[in-house]
Design a protein. Sequence first.
Length: 95
Amino acid sequence: MEYILKSSISLNFIKKEPMSGSYKGMRYVLRKAGDDIEACIWPEPYNFLKTSEELKQYKHFALTAEGKDEAVDWLNEQVDAQKDLWAKALSMSWV
């Protein structure tokens, strides 16, 4: 299932600035890292800088349109694969 839309993610933006967002307890950032797109996910409630490295998961993709689509596919796969983690993070983010 496509929760995060490929059409909502701009490769040209990622080439210039990190692009971040969240979906149901999962936060993410896509950013240029050398010749790659680095995707990172972590649980709510904190932003990237305030979240410990132990909670972050990284994956690299080619800095191409196809790589961007693969990165978004990976984000969407992680929504389902780790739904219990995201639900727990979401339920605790306002406590």
